[in-house]
Design a protein around this ligand. Structure first.
Ligand SMILES: Cc1ncc(COP(=O)(O)O)c(C=O)c1O
Length: 443
């Protein structure tokens, strides 16, 4: 069995990895999963407290989802989605309509998060063009944002770690606005007691560039890859208003936040807003199959609807658009969310988890902040609690913690020096206790 590791290293170039690191930390070969646990070929058990890159929503090998996929597999695995359709896709749209913010009624399917962002960007530019605003060709985004790794998505991201080397390939005309930073607030305020003073940066950008801007893309409330940075709903509310004022489309990237991750079905629900376009993926299929949807309004759809020869169609496609197996998984997820009271229970477990982490780690000399929304809890480690000075990134503190945690059977994947929990929504309190117990040992 061990030569699976050798063969893996011989053949596979793993994502987002310095492969040299694998000399000292070879890949764990996972044989099976159940609930929040993964089991490797030697039977070692790992607690997947990060939901396998935030996508596993309802546990590994969830029987309800397995069964629906198996049933679908017996009748149709895939079909071209241009001119053809199928019941699982249609039913899924009907189900999503019931939970999405008002006005989001048209569904464009892709096969991963980045692809749905690309779709949203192209849709925005073409919408503006076809409604008489051909000068609106820029995009706005937040400085610490993350929207995926393809060229358009990287262009509207703000994390150098992923994009710096590719700058010569990235799109021009990006207006990057300083993100809210509630832990190190430049206005000396705190997350719960501010008047979103930082929104002045948005105002400035809109005053200067809105005439040339077709859309702004944001991760609503939670900038995940930036270290689970959380900002207040008022910021989003104001963003909706200013977008309306200047005819700039609001794209909400809910790829990481959607389907209950933040405690509500969508992060936008906290601000009670509807974006013009919403990107969905990850939890959409419970983390089972690669699928994404770019959802938009009737108004945007109508701007593309005309006689073929007018050339207004959205000529955008992916081979696996609307894959029936993905749709079956997504339908099963909706059923489980609805019938098993998942969000309500998750809210209770979230309160329990946060309390537990706070009482255990708040006074740790290197814990700067424990921020949380829904079940997501992030612990930012700092060198100096008072000044909030970070550790030298060359120490790779987060990576050392990652390795130590793995030894103990806990899958963390810190973002820099931010350790976080982003577990499955149906994690139990006993499992929370176990995760916290392991984290105490690690820290
Ligand atoms: C907010 C957000 N947008 C987009 C993406 C990209 O999704 P994918 O990795 O499926 O391309 C991610 C992935 O982590 C994400 O967190």
């Amino acid at each position: 069995m061990d030569n699976l590791v050798e063969k893996d290293l011989k053949y596979i170039w793993h994502p987002c990895s310095q492969m040299k690191d694998y000399e000292t930390l070879p890949p764990m070969i996972i044989k099976r999963g159940k609930g929040i646990y993964l089991y490797d070929i030697h039977g070692k058990k790992y607690m997947d407290i990060i939901s396998s890159w935030w996508c596993n929503l309802l546990g590994h090998c969830n029987e309800d989802i397995n069964n629906e996929i198996k049933e679908q597999l017996g009748s149709l695995e895939h079909v071209i989605f241009a001119n053809f359709s199928h019941e699982p896709a249609i039913k899924l749209c009907e189900e999503l309509l019931k939970i999405l913010p008002k006005g989001l009624v048209k569904f464009n399917f892709s096969d991963n998060g980045s692809a749905s962002v690309e779709c949203a960007l192209k849709m925005s530019l073409q919408y503006q063009y076809q409604t008489g605003n051909s000068k609106k060709i820029k995009f706005m985004c937040l400085s610490e944002g993350y929207h995926g790794e393809t060229i358009g998505a990287l262009s509207v991201g703000g994390l150098d770690l992923y994009s710096k080397i590719y700058k010569p390939m990235l799109m021009n005309g990006i207006v990057r606005i300083d993100s809210p930073d509630c832990y190190r607030c430049p206005y000396g305020k705190c997350r719960d007691c501010c008047s979103v003073e930082c929104f002045c940066k948005v105002k400035q950008a809109f005053e200067e560039f809105a005439d040339e801007t077709c859309a702004i893309i944001v991760e609503p409330l939670l900038q995940g890859s930036a270290g689970m940075r959380i900002y207040p709903p008022t910021y989003l509310k104001k963003l909706r208003e200013i977008c309306d004022q200047y005819n700039v489309l609001l794209i909400a990237d809910e790829i990481a936040t959607g389907f209950g991750r933040t405690g509500k079905m969508f992060a936008c629900d906290y601000a009670e807003i509807s974006p013009d376009i919403m990107c969905l993926s990850k939890g959409l299929t419970g983390g089972y199959l690669p699928m994404s949807i770019t959802v938009t309004s009737q108004k945007i759809f109508d701007a593309f609807y005309d006689d073929y020869n007018k050339g207004k169609a959205f000529m955008h496609s992916h081979t696996y658009s609307g894959n029936p197996l993905g749709c079956a998984a997504a339908l099963a997820v909706q059923k489980v969310l609805r019938e098993q009271n998942i969000l309500e229970n998750a809210r209770e477990t979230a309160a329990y988890l946060h309390e537990k982490l706070s009482e255990t780690f708040e006074n740790h000399p290197n814990v700067g902040e424990i921020r949380h929304i829904g079940l997501i809890n992030a612990i930012e480690l700092v060198k100096d609690k008072k000044t909030k000075e970070s550790f030298d990134p060359r120490l790779r503190l987060g990576y050392q913690i990652y390795k130590k945690a793995l030894n103990l059977g806990l899958v963390l994947r810190p973002l820099g020096d931010v350790i976080y929990f982003n577990p499955q929504l149906n994690i139990t309190k006993a499992e929370v206790d176990e995760a916290v117990r392991l984290l105490i040992q690690v820290l």
